[in-house]
Design a protein around this ligand. Structure first.
Ligand code: PMP
Length: 443
């Protein structure tokens, strides 16, 4: 083969390691199954058969109806909504599906402006800017804010889009221990000459990047402590609210509202429309100056096609429902439901003896399986009983911290949750995932 490539390395390195190949083959069998329905509480999962002889995964045309514990459909907007869907259909008729242009050219519709004003108002910042993808928002914005003379201090569990943005910026990147304000302070003190708070030399600027809810754990960021440290050391705060915006806080405004942090103390608020709002795209909300700077200097604004208009309309309508501006109190009900369901599900799992990560009120929770080899077994046994869960292992987590990750949605009914718990309990017993003593049944 290398003769064909005239001495250059092949574009895809050969997947040589027999054991790695077998494990990946097994895990792929459970991951990434096509879905033949909207990402609602129940989904139609396309069945797959692995063929050990020719190492291929065969899809069939059969689907199974499964309880969906895997999608980030926190507020239940993913399968359409009586307020959102008619408006999305209207926007599709008026604007069609693509703008065929970058924001800075002819890709700004009236809807984009409306969404940006709404987002700014919703999160409590003076201005906002939107992008076609949440991933690109991080990976393209971070380099537009900090360059080679800057320092980025990043939580060790930050999302891959943040890691790539930080690397692409050319800034020096220091990683602090996950959600540890004291280690953040240690890193900042070390990096600032002689530990003088406020003396930024040798850095032109310092950006501290954290997430609202860490998506593999379901933990909230220790934002009040982190903001206080950033103030002390004059570092800018960048908060990724992909999983928290819309999902937590009394009125869905994310971790600032939940943890009592003034949005003015968070310099850059990043979020996505892909989770709580059932759409796609990402945003940055910040001061007028920062947003103007991004409009002139961010490649994703200048060179990438803008958000699809129906997706913009979906985000606008969903935020309006959350704010109660659709004329109903459905938003408040959804928020109450997701909080109640998440807390119920988490406490029941703990009672069964699972090690569960994540904070109360967070719709994301991780059931620790520890052993990588248990992932496919757990996922397949759940699927066999029509429950779809996401399994997560290396490289998304450390090798020994493999887990199943559950996302609760406001569209799950109590019966759905009871079914999910029953199956997870059985399967957890089967694969030996109940590591703690179970609570005795109450009479
Ligand atoms: N940030 C975080 C914390 C995420 O978890 C994700 C994706 N799950 C993104 C950014 C990227 O967002 P999107 O999927 O909307 O592109």
């Amino acid at each position: 083969k290398s003769d064909d490539l005239k001495g250059y390395a092949p574009i895809c390195p050969p997947f040589e390691d027999f054991y790695t190949r077998r494990i990946y083959h097994r895990i792929q069998d459970c991951f990434g199954r096509p879905i033949a329905s909207a990402a609602d509480a129940w989904i139609d999962v396309v069945e797959r058969h692995s063929n050990d002889n020719d190492k291929t995964l065969r899809r069939t045309s059969n689907t199974s109806r499964c309880l969906n514990l895997g999608s980030y459909n926190y507020l239940g907007f993913a399968a359409g909504d009586r307020y959102c869907t008619p408006r999305v259909v209207e926007s599709l008729k008026k604007y069609a599906s693509g703008t065929c242009s970058a924001r800075a050219d002819a890709g700004t519709t009236k809807l984009h402006i409306e969404l940006e004003e709404l987002v700014a108002r919703f999160v409590g910042k003076p201005a906002a800017i939107t992008f076609g993808m949440g991933y690109v928002t991080n990976s393209s914005i971070i380099p537009a804010l900090v360059g080679e003379e800057g320092l980025i201090v990043s939580d060790s569990f930050n999302h891959n889009s943040i890691i790539n943005g930080a690397r692409a910026s050319g800034a020096t990147v220091q990683v602090f221990r996950h959600n540890s304000p004291s280690h953040l302070e240690e890193v900042l003190r070390e990096q600032i000459v002689k530990g003088q708070p406020g003396a930024h030399t040798p850095w032109k600027k310092i950006l501290v990047i954290v997430e609202g809810i860490y998506s593999m754990e379901g933990e909230f960021c220790k934002l009040p402590e982190i903001v206080a440290i950033c103030k002390k050391y004059k570092a800018y705060v960048y908060l990724d609210e992909a999983h928290s915006i819309g999902a937590v806080g009394k009125s869905g405004r994310g971790v600032c509202e939940l943890l009592g942090v003034d949005p003015a103390d968070v310099d850059i608020m990043m979020g996505t429309f892909t989770k709580s709002f059932g759409s796609c795209g990402g945003y940055i909300a910040a001061s007028e100056e920062i947003i103007q700077h991004l409009k002139h200097g961010c490649p994703a604004h200048l060179y990438a096609t803008s958000m699809s208009p129906p997706a913009v309309q979906q985000a606008i309508s969903a935020i309006k429902v959350v704010l109660g501006e659709d004329g109903s109190n459905r938003g408040a009900k959804k928020l109450a439901r997701i909080r109640e369901s998440s807390n119920y599900f988490r406490s029941e799992l703990k009672k069964m003896g699972f090690v569960v990560l994540g904070d109360n009120d967070s719709p994301v929770m991780a059931i620790m399986l520890y052993n990588l080899a248990k992932l496919p077994a757990f996922s397949r046994a759940c699927l066999r009983q029509n429950v779809a869960v996401v399994i997560v292992g290396y490289p998304a987590t450390p090798v020994l911290l493999a887990r199943a990750r559950i996302c609760i949605s406001a569209s799950h009914t109590r019966e759905d949750l009871i079914k999910g718990l029953k199956v997870i309990s059985e399967v957890g017993g089967l694969v030996g995932a109940k590591c703690l003593p179970a609570e005795p049944e109450k009479a």
